[in-house]
Design a protein around this ligand. Structure first.
Ligand SMILES: N[C@@H](CCC(=O)N[C@@H](CS)C(=O)NCC(=O)O)C(=O)O
Length: 131
């Protein structure tokens, strides 16, 4: 079986979301992406929005980080990362929805401002952060 390939830059938040699960479940993987490659027609055959990351797991091409994380958790069910018992699963789904809809939109905005400051030397937009 081929080793899972993760197409994306290590520095990106979305890529780190997937890397966290891979490390947590000790899944072997390798990175593969050149700078700027995600906007090429070749790359966009596998990630039509021109964003990072996507994975190739033994021929399965998959993008959207949360879908990738769920897939990895499902592939290694012994980890118990996603509970199957209905009530436990309902609480998991509730938390996952809160993460996606309530937490991530604000947290991502702030993280991007911090990222711009740290790596590009652009001062963060304090109005945006305060909001
Ligand atoms: N909903 C997508 C979002 C992917 C995304 O926004 N990726 C960012 C990096 S965190 C990206 O590719 N940014 C560069 C761009 O959009 O050109 C997912 O979770 O996979």
């Amino acid at each position: 079986m081929a080793i899972l390939k993760l197409y994306g830059a290590k520095i990106a938040m979305c890529v780190r979301r997937v890397v966290t699960i891979l490390h947590e479940l000790k899944v072997p993987f390798e990175f593969d992406l050149m700078a700027g490659e995600h906007k090429t027609p070749e790359y966009m055959k596998n990630q039509p929005f021109g964003q990072i990351p996507y994975i190739d797991d033994d021929g399965l091409i998959l993008f959207e980080t949360r879908a990738i994380c769920r897939y990895i958790a499902a592939k290694y069910p012994a980890s118990g990362l996603v509970p199957t018992e209905p009530k436990a699963n309902a609480l998991f789904e509730q938390a996952a929805a809160v993460e996606l809809t309530n937490f991530d939109p604000s947290a991502s905005l702030v993280a991007i401002e911090m990222f711009k400051q740290k790596y590009l030397g652009i001062p963060p937009d304090q109005t945006l952060i305060e909001a």
